[in-house]
Design a protein around this ligand. Structure first.
Ligand SMILES: [Zn+2]
Length: 105
């Protein structure tokens, strides 16, 4: 008597974490599906984007950003150039101590 083996997946198949490939049950939160198994992996990916951005900015991202911002580059354009989400760029700039000062002359 012959046997047949069928491999299948069910609807509850866990997703694989984008960073470490650990399967995890997907949860919907903040309006999108969770993509990482843990907070640590989510942050690891965020910093991976920062590391990738350093290829554009060079080793001193703060000086690079200040130079471009003061030449009139918008932060939207900068985020696009660096391959980052705007919110991620804002958070990074805040940590770097970059802030906008409006002067009336
Ligand atoms: Zn992970």
């Amino acid at each position: 008597m012959a046997t047949a083996t069928i491999w299948t997946i069910n609807a509850e198949t866990p997703r694989l974490c984008l960073v470490c490939a650990t399967p995890f049950p997907p949860r919907h939160h903040h309006g999108h599906w969770q993509r990482y198994c843990s907070q640590a992996c989510a942050q690891g990916d965020r910093f991976k984007k920062r590391r990738a951005a350093l290829a554009v900015t060079g080793p001193d991202p703060k000086a690079w950003m200040l130079a471009h911002l003061n030449r009139g580059m918008t932060r939207e354009a900068m985020a696009g150039l660096l391959g980052m989400q705007k919110a991620a760029l804002y958070a990074w700039q805040k940590q770097l101590g970059i802030r906008k000062i409006v002067r009336y002359e």
